[in-house]
Design a protein around this ligand. Sequence first.
Ligand code: F0G
Length: 452
Amino acid sequence: MVTYRSTMVERIDLPSRETRERRLEEAGYNVFNLPAEDVFIDLLTDSGTGTMSTDQWAALIRGDESYAGSRSFDRLESAVEDVMGFPHIVPAHQGRGAENVLYGTLLAEGDVVLNNTHFDTTRAHIANQGADPVDCPVDAAFDLEAGETDAREFAGNFSLERARAVVDDAGADAVPVVIQTITNNSAAGQPVSVENTRRVREFADEIDATFVLDACRFAENAAFVREREAEFSDASIDEIAREQLGYADALVMSGKKDGLANIGGFVATTDVDLFERCKQRAILYEGFPTYGGMAGRDMDAMAVGLREAVEDAYATDRIEQVRTFGRLLEDAGVPIYTPVGGHAVYVDAGTALSHLPPEEFPGQALVCELYREGGVRGVELGSFAFPNTDRPELVRLALPRRTYHREHLEHVAETATAVLEKREAVSGLELASEPPIPELRHFTAELRPVSR
Ligand code: F0G
């Protein structure tokens, strides 16, 4: 059941079809290049795009902008300790800033890092230290044919089998860090069970590695755990969150997700020595350790947001809204990844536009058609975003938190239906210009329709 009402509104407009066509062409068929004012329903990301509560707006006013010893820092520190159980934090400007602080502290050239699936900024920061990020997803993660089987209940899990094979090969000494990302954004936002987190903790102990949780969507993950893991069916979201996070040595957090804030992040740890080392790197790259890249007011907004994120009603409503969105799309005949994850619905573009080969970027073609047809912006996470991998052709439609209502979601489903009705007429795309780093090409590359 919905747990909020809107007390502030922002006007949105659906530009004319002619304008949408023109904008798409001007953007080089890359929706990252669209002006936001010409986007009607923006599902590009759930990161920093949500709606803050009245309590968060009130907290902003209390922001203490002192360079050192800010009261806003104290309030964020208390919130992280109460909600997540970690006593030491180093604030950062956002999640990737926290990744730079932590992985720059923990890693050296030639190291191997294991993760259920690395998010792209995580992968890039690890590679930037000269280390090798290796994904260990379970088989169910990318098996789109599998449907809703038991193995799919926690398709975000970390595969210990794969991890052990890497350790057998590289040697335990080569693996100083093991990461678990909850929920698993790069595997369709699928949840991770607490049982799996316990096993990864044991594995990290076996190989004497630091165990890091990427906790961006920890509250959404806890809501799934309560639904699907019998041991926790009577637990509250905040109890589950503390239990799961408590197995880690350190957290990297983007407050733009389950911090319910527009900006910010942090590293948190129980290890005093690691805390001291992270602070030194934070001073270099982020800021003094009691603000580290965030304004005092933003630390206050996140402190309140973290407490709201683990309210049972909020977390349950959040994953329920994403599931409802999935159902609307399924009812409209759109092939989607099921079960639906925590922050987004992932459309199977390879099936939706099966007449287009991967070289013609079916996912990106679908993203462009959703904009052309209904002013909807999603993001391609297939062969355009991940060159040289054999990932399925997915399009992510991410829901900002507490922002859109059922009518908005119905508009997206109607738009998708209209696109699928004329799917044969949708043409493929080819690259027109490409930036130097292939892994980051989907942010800025330009494309054009394939001419036949
Ligand atoms: N880790 C995960 C799992 C993420 O999903 C993100 C961001 C980050 C780290 C980095 O955090 O953006 O605050 O620097 N994901 C966003 C997305 C950008 O759209 O999925 P950040």
